[in-house]
Design a protein around this ligand. Sequence first.
Ligand code: F0G
Length: 456
Amino acid sequence: SVYPPEPWRVKMVEPLRTTTRKDRETALRAAGWNPCLLRSEDVYVDLFTDSGTNAMSDRQWSALMRGDEAYAGARSFYVFEQAVQAFYGYEHVIPVHQGRGGENILSRCLIRPGTHVPGNMYFPSTRAHQELNGATFHDVIVDEAHDPSSEHPFKGNVDLAKLRAVIAEFGAAIPYVSLAATVNMAGGQPISVENLTETCALAHAHGIPVFLDTARAVENAWLVKQREPGRARCTVAEILRALCEPTDGAVMSAKKDSLANIGGWLALRDPALAEQARGLVLLYEGLHTYGGMAGRDMEAIAAGIAESVEENHIRARVAQVEYLATRLCHAGVPIVRPTGGHCVCVDAAAALPHVPRTEFPGQTLACAVYLEAGVRGVERGAVSAGRDPETGENRLPSLELLRLAIPRRVYTRAHMDLVADGVIAVHRDRDRIRCGLRFTCEPRQLRFFQARFEPT
Ligand code: F0G
């Protein structure tokens, strides 16, 4: 796999602490066998998430100094608004503290009890807000997305027949279609511009709006450039606009693509809906010109948006993900194919077939990789999927994964090799993992963040 030289050099370092296996055993036991509850000091390479863990550039750090911290009408808001309008093309820009703040507001504005929201696979916080407001989520992603070994280039695509069936059944009770680019839970898989455009046309023909989760839409645009016929000559910025263009609005976690450590926005085309959303922002986030962010955060995001679509940046970012994936693949570790934009996902059900799904092979593998190498990933399987709000039963998603999400501009190739060596060693010795995990404490909401376990 090609590893292009990083298009940046290091100006400041953050020392890392090394630990022994014994240290890690103590730490993991104290964390209730949930890597999320570890202290970051006890982690060597932290691939828990690519969210808010990015390294900012010197330009972003200097933009912080321009932050206007006025309560109302801060100059930094207008800089931020202009960047979102220019690169994403939406008219009404409403700042929020992070992605889920926008999900809360959009769901509250549009969802009524008993309604139905179709989408290309669920994301935990997105679906939780939809369900909290009384909707039922319907997965209309293509079947290939549920098959880790399928090489389909656009596993984020909507299956239009599935969407048509949901529309035929629920019609007027569908407040909107909830799309994501890329699809995180499928392993950072992209949606094609063609499929997104057709999906919007189908929804619009039935009077249903479409909202796009743009958290990783720049990475999606890069994968479109590589994989979608006719798009190779477009710039990433052009493809990003093409992805947003047919949609009615977007929810953004600026902690991902935009290279910031916090922040987000909700963007809408309909002025009446924007007015309603601004009213709720006042209640849940902050004034409509800061939405829970400091002025400096908005400056850092505006600078980060411009950097995110630079081709040298996005090429190196996705190539680093691909490098780790290729090393694991060559060593026979089962991973989700093809490689996505922000993470490498190990197929834990295939890696640990002797651990029953009810004993959480993804969580078990996350613990084993931490103990082996001090590398922290996150389970994306049955623990993340939670329980069905109606039946109370555990949901068993098709994918049972250990996700290794790569922060942007943070780790080097040597770090990637350390991760690969650790995962390969655990996979080689997988028969030594004799049992899975059971809950000792199971929170109601987004249980994967705070749950505690013990070995079975
Ligand atoms: N949508 C997607 C696709 C996400 O991946 C996330 C967060 C959110 C919405 C919520 O945004 O965290 O800013 O409130 N994903 C992180 C992850 C937490 O690790 O995948 P947020």
